[in-house]
Design a protein around this ligand. Sequence first.
Ligand SMILES: [Zn+2]
Length: 96
Amino acid sequence: MKFDCEKCGDVDAVIVDGYGFGDRLLEGVMFKVFYKDGELVAEVMPDSADYFNDLNTKKWLDACVQHVKDMEDDVEGQCPCCDEGIYLRPDNKPRG
Ligand SMILES: [Zn+2]
């Protein structure tokens, strides 16, 4: 499974700002969310890894995945291909 960017077509991941689920604690901390064996998983972008080492990693990665799941059809984030802030759609949810 992939995400669908309006400009690029299928992309492997969506990049989201931690602010969406961690508020100020995670503002500017970027997460990469992608499908692994059919399940959504999250990882911290390398640029943010040092900061994140002090936090409860599993808790926040779970929160990140839930945040993306909650957005369902239109995941607000950044495309890893064109770097645009954009809505990405999981490819199992066709555009209506
Ligand atoms: Zn794109």
